[in-house]
Design a protein around this ligand. Structure first.
Ligand code: SF4
Length: 556
């Protein structure tokens, strides 16, 4: 059989040019989507005037139409186009205020004198049972009646609904935020007090804040007694059953020994919170241990830290403590080139090398590097995910401390766009590597019937579309719940990512790369960059249309 002719240098150049052009376009689509997310007007009014009118008419019977909104306030007009009232949503200010699992949007209806006539429920991403409880509670909805608009920005002590405290409090905070109250999305607003650290530092007379958020120094007559780390100020949010806990860790002056921990508050459920608070108070299992020991030991196995029946809440506390210590240690390691970052860059660099060179296809290299990736995932916890990308798009990001993650993301997005090689999925991703290793150790490997396989491979694309659509709709849904990656860094704390991780890994023993093929939206995004590298596909057209839709959402 004659050997196929090698492509001429001219053809080769043409193909390369096509690949680069398409790669640039596809990468541009992703960057444009991120830019659109960033540019989304935060104070836009998405309410339909017809809905506003319908929901306001019971309180303002004379209203026959809703006019154009100014500053988010819809004028309610009578038959002579005279203003007989006003209505406004608590969004977008309330969108960041989470109840048990999401934010809620209310409609505030005012009379012509700008005093509250009624407050109505519009929508909620919170848990159904809690929302229903609040919706059925009349005193909750009537607490604002007759109040002037100017009074609403003072949060005070709102009436909350027993059994749905977080949902109702989040709604009330949303009302206050809509009318100017600051910090309503901060659930633990109180500053650290001497009383909070009296057990560990009985003689303390002063607490000072360091330059790094969440790290405090405790003093007695200008002598440093120790350091206190506070989870809510360090942005650490290990969740229990339904909410985060505000935990402190007290360290010796040299920062090497844990003097004890404290429990300032929690948004988790009773009675678990009380159980853990008592346990922390009377049997602080961390006290006296070195920081290195706490970080090294398997705290799940420590009976002194676990209260029967409250393991999620307790685990949240334990994980918060460990994460605080990890971050503090990273800070302490100074501004040089910390070992963690060095390891991360080495891991990424080797991954890129074996991903673009033929040597990476050798079974021993492939499996050896897969084991390294799994170890990197477990120790570093850095992965490219939709939660991370959408978060960067919405909120931007700081460079400090995330350079390895930036390098990882750049390697995942840029290399495939220009080489056609998906180095992240094929080599680097720890979750993909874990599936590769699981597949190798399984006795028997199955393949789905072609039709079922074809149908299921659509799931990652649909999930990807759903995530980005929800992001553009500012849904407030935690996108980490769509993927398993959070579990690699935070452990089995949040149920949904942990369940996706477990099911995906178990399936990988029988179905090769099961989660990659049938579940992963990040994998779909990276496939978009590499599939048909020299030919325009239907996906490119759909992507262009979606960017137009995103742009119109930004501009209109
Ligand atoms: S498809 Fe998802 S899980 Fe699989 S390797 Fe790619 S990013 Fe990782």
């Amino acid at each position: 059989m004659p050997r196929p002719e090698a492509p001429s240098p001219k053809t080769d150049r043409k193909r390369r040019l096509k690949r680069w052009t398409l790669g640039s376009y596809r990468l541009g689509v992703i960057l444009a989507a991120l830019a659109c997310l960033r540019a989304l007007p935060r104070d836009e009014v998405s309410l339909d005037p017809a809905v506003v009118l319908e929901m306001s008419r019971e309180a303002i019977p004379g209203a026959v139409s809703a006019g154009d909104p100014a500053d988010g306030l819809f004028p309610l007009l009578d038959g002579d186009s005279q203003t007989v009232g006003w209505a406004t949503s608590t969004y977008p200010q309330a969108a960041k205020i989470q109840g048990y699992s999401g934010s809620s949007e209310l409609l505030m209806v005012f009379g012509a004198d700008r005093k509250v006539k009624a407050v109505r429920f519009l929508a909620s991403a919170d848990t159904d049972g809690h929302v229903k409880k609040v919706r059925d509670d009349e005193p909750f909805w009537r607490q604002w009646d007759g109040k002037a608009e100017a009074e609403l920005g003072a949060p005070g002590s709102p009436i909350v609904v027993s059994g749905a405290t977080l949902t109702s409090e989040a709604m009330a905070r949303g009302v206050a935020a809509r009318f100017g109250a600051e910090g309503m999305d901060e659930w633990f607003p109180d500053a650290l007090k001497l009383a909070d650290v009296a057990k560990q530092f009985p003689g303390a007379d002063r607490i000072s804040e360091s330059d790094v958020s969440g790290i405090h120094q405790v003093w007695e007559k200008e002598e440093l007694l120790g350091t206190v780390l506070r989870s809510s100020r360090m942005g650490i949010s290990a969740r229990g059953y339904n909410g985060t806990s505000d935990v402190i860790v007290c360290l010796s002056p040299d920062g090497e020994k844990v003097l004890g921990i404290g429990f300032l508050g929690s948004r988790d459920n009773e009675p678990y919170v009380s159980d853990v608070r008592d346990e922390v108070k009377f049997a602080d299992g961390f006290a006296g241990k070195s920081v290195a020991t706490v970080l090294a030991e398997d705290t799940r196995a420590s009976p002194s830290l676990f209260t029967s029946g409250a393991s999620y809440t307790n685990h949240a506390v334990v994980e918060s403590v460990r994460e605080m210590l990890r971050r503090h240690l990273a800070e302490e390691e100074g501004t040089g080139f910390p070992w963690k970052a060095s390891l991360a860059f080495a891991w990424i660099g080797i991954g890129v090398f074996v991903g673009v060179n033929k040597v990476g296809n050798k079974s021993a290299v492939r499996l050896g590097y897969a084991a390294i990736s799994v170890a990197a995932g477990l120790t570093l916890g850095w992965m490219v995910s939709q939660d991370q990308l959408v978060g960067w798009g919405m909120n931007g990001f700081g460079w400090r401390g995330i350079l390895p993650l930036l390098a990882l993301t750049a390697a995942a997005l840029v290399i495939p766009a220009f080489t056609g090689k998906n180095v992240y999925c094929n080599r680097i991703c720890p979750h993909g590597a874990a599936q590769t290793l699981a597949g190798r150790s399984g006795e028997k490997r199955f393949h789905l019937p072609p039709k079922l396989h074809a149908a299921l491979t659509r799931l990652p694309w649909l999930t990807l579309l759903a995530i980005w659509a929800l992001a553009f709709l500012a849904s407030g849904i935690p996108f980490a719940y769509f993927e398993p990656f959070e579990t690699w860094s935070s452990g089995f704390v949040a149920f949904i990512p942990a369940a996706i991780l477990t099911v995906g890994l178990v399936a990988a023993f029988f179905l090769p790369q099961a989660y990659c093929h049938y579940g992963c939206p990040t994998g779909a995004l990276l496939k978009f960059l590499t599939a048909s590298p020299t030919a325009w596909t239907r996906r490119d057209t759909i992507a262009a249309l979606l960017i137009v839709a995103a742009l119109s959402r930004v501009l209109l």
